[in-house]
Design a protein around this ligand. Structure first.
Ligand code: 4AD
Ligand code: MG
Length: 462
C-alpha cells in the first residue's frame, strides 16, 4: 500500500480507506479502553491522531510507543469526532521502527526555550517551531527561483573557492591543503602558496558578485543563490559565519531599476509566504510574535521610502536620540540607526542610497560629487539591513584607480577589471541575506534559529 505523508492524508476525505502512515510520536495518552497517539512526520505542522484499542495490541508493543519513537501504522482513515482534526487513523497494526528511551530523549515536553534547542540543534527540527521554520525556508527558496525564472534571470553557479576578496572586508576562511605542522616557506620566510593545492592563496567566497557580474555581462540577467562565508568575529543575533545569499545582477540596470527589483522581489517573497505558508505562519504568530502577520501584510501593502544617506544623517542628528554609536556624515550606520529610521521615523521599509564611498566596496559606481557612490541598502523593521547592493562602476580608469587607492591586489582581480575593457555596460545588482529574510518572515529574533545548522564563532558541532 502506498505510504502517504500526513499532509496528504489530512487533505483526504474520511473515506474509511486503508492507509499507511509513518512518523514520530509527539504524545501518547488515553486510558485502558483507548490509546491516542499524536504522530508527526514533518510534512506539515499538524499531527495526525492515531486511535488504538489497547486490548487489540500487545501490551509490550504499546509500551515502546513513547514520545520520539518512530512508527508505522496501518489502519483506516475515518472521520474524527474530536475537535481540531477532520480525520484520524483507526489503527489495525503498529510497527515500532525505532524507540526513544524516555529517560534520555531530550524532547519530552513542549515549550523548550530556543537557547536549549540551539544546544541540541541536531534534534530541533522535530519540534513544531523548527518544523515550521524549515518548511518556510524551503518555500522561500522555491519562490526565489520561481521569481527569477519568470523574469528571465538565469541561475548562475559561482565558485565557493576563490582567490579574490569580493567585498574587501578581509574576513575570509582560508582553503588550503598545506601541512599546518610543516608549512613550506619562501626564501623571504613567507608561506609558499605556490606549493598549495591551487598554486596560490585561496579562500571561501564572501560573495558571488564578481563572477556574477561576468554572467550579467554575457547572459544579461543572472542570479546566484548559494552559501557565502565570513570569518568576522561578530557574535550578534544577525550574523552567521556561513550564510546563504541571493545575488541578482543585471546588465542595463541603473540604480533606480535595482531599487525597483529589490522592492518587488521582497514583496513577492513575503506575499508568497502569506499565501503558501499560512499554517506555519499562524503558528509562529501565535507562539513567538503576535505582530508577525500584521507586519508582513504591512510591508507588502506599503511603498518603501527611498532617500539619500545624507538626508538620513540629517534626520538621525535632528532626532534628539542618544545613540550608542556616532552618526556623523561618513559613519557606517549601525543597526540602531537603521531601525530608528525604519521603525520610528518612517514606519516602513527604507531604501538608502548614495553612501559615502569610504564605507562601501570598491566596485560601486562613483557619483559626480566625488564623495558618494551609487550604493543601495534596504532596511527592514526588526532587522536593519536586509539587502546591500549598488550600481557598478563601469569605467575602467575610475575602477582601476579605486582599486589602487584601496591597495587591492590587481593580480587577484585582473579578470574582473577586464570586463570594463571589452564591452563594458551599465549594470547593477544586490545581495539578499537569505537568513535575514527568514528572520523577517518567521518573526524569529536570532539568526541561529532560521538555519538548520548554524555556523558561528566557536560553534560548528552539528
Ligand atoms: O551588504 P553585503 O556585504 O553585500 C555583498 O556581499 C554584495 N556583494 C552584494 C551584491 O551587491 N551582490 O551582503 C549582502 C547581504 C546583507 O545585506 C545581509 O542581508 C547579508 O548579506 N549578510 C549576512 N547575513 C548573515 N550573516 C552575515 N555575516 C552577513 N553579512 C551579510
Ligand atoms: Mg552591506
Amino acid at each position: 500500500m502506498k505510504h502517504l505523508t500526513i499532509a496528504e492524508l489530512l487533505r483526504r476525505p474520511a473515506s474509511g480507506e486503508e492507509v499507511v502512515v509513518k512518523g514520530w510520536v509527539r504524545t501518547k495518552r488515553g486510558n485502558k479502553n483507548v490509546t491516542f497517539i499524536a504522530l508527526n512526520d514533518g510534512s506539515c505542522l499538524a499531527n495526525i491522531q492515531i486511535v488504538a484499542d489497547p486490548s487489540a495490541f500487545d501490551e509490550e508493543l504499546l509500551k515502546r510507543v513513547t514520545t520520539g519513537a518512530c512508527l508505522r501504522v496501518d489502519g483506516r482513515l475515518v472521520a474524527s469526532p474530536g475537535s481540531g482534526q477532520g480525520v484520524e487513523v483507526q489503527a489495525s497494526k503498529i510497527e515500532v521502527y525505532g524507540t526513544a528511551d524516555p529517560e534520555s530523549y531530550p524532547l519530552q515536553k513542549k515549550g523548550h526555550s530556543l537557547e536549549f534547542l540551539r544546544d541540541i540543534a541536531y534534534l530541533r527540527p522535530r519540534t513544531n517551531t523548527f518544523g515550521a521554520i524549515l518548511r518556510i525556508r524551503h518555500a522561500m527558496a522555491y519562490a526565489i527561483h520561481t521569481y527569477f525564472h519568470e523574469r528571465g534571470f538565469y541561475y548562475l553557479h559561482t565558485p565557493l573557492i576563490t582567490g579574490s576578496d569580493a567585498e574587501g572586508a578581509g574576513a575570509m576562511f582560508r582553503v588550503t591543503t598545506l601541512d599546518m605542522n610543516n608549512v613550506p616557506r619562501t626564501d623571504e620566510g613567507k608561506v609558499d602558496y605556490s606549493q598549495d593545492f591551487f598554486g596560490k592563496s585561496c579562500n571561501l567566497t564572501v560573495s558571488g558578485q564578481l563572477e556574477g557580474e561576468l554572467g550579467a555581462l554575457s547572459l544579461g540577467r543572472i542570479y546566484t543563490f548559494g552559501p557565502t562565508f565570513r570569518a568576522e568575529n561578530s557574535n550578534t543575533p544577525r550574523h552567521l559565519a556561513e550564510f546563504w545569499m541571493i545575488e541578482p545582477e543585471a546588465a542595463f540596470y541603473e540604480l533606480e531599476d535595482d531599487m525597483e527589483l529589490a522592492e518587488d522581489f521582497l514583496k513577492y517573497l513575503i506575499n508568497y509566504a502569506l499565501e503558501h505558508c499560512a499554517e506555519d505562519l499562524e503558528f509562529m504568530n501565535k507562539m513567538w510574535d503576535n505582530e508577525l502577520l500584521e507586519r508582513l501584510h504591512f510591508v507588502v501593502e506599503h511603498d518603501f521610502k527611498r532617500l539619500d544617506y545624507t538626508e538620513a544623517i540629517d534626520i538621525l542628528k535632528a532626532s534628539g536620540r542618544k545613540f550608542e554609536f556616532p552618526c556623523d556624515w561618513g559613519c557606517d550606520l549601525q543597526s540602531e540607526h537603521e531601525r530608528y529610521l525604519v521603525e520610528e521615523h518612517f514606519k516602513r521599509p527604507v531604501i538608502l542610497i548614495n553612501y559615502p564611498k569610504e564605507i562601501k566596496a570598491f566596485y560601486m559606481k562613483q557619483n559626480d560629487d566625488g564623495r558618494t557612490v551609487r550604493a543601495m541598502d534596504v532596511l527592514f523593521p526588526k532587522i536593519g539591513e536586509i539587502i546591500g547592493g549598488s550600481e557598478r562602476e563601469t569605467d575602467y580608469g575610475k575602477l582601476s584607480a579605486r582599486v589602487e587607492e584601496l591597495g587591492i591586489n590587481k593580480a587577484d582581480i585582473w579578470w574582473y577589471l577586464d570586463t570594463r575593457r571589452w564591452g563594458s555596460a551599465p549594470h547593477s545588482g544586490f545581495g539578499l541575506g537569505f537568513e535575514r529574510l527568514l528572520l523577517f518572515v518567521t518573526g524569529m529574533t536570532n539568526i541561529r534559529d532560521v538555519i538548520p545548522f548554524p555556523r558561528t564563532p566557536k560553534n560548528a558541532e552539528f
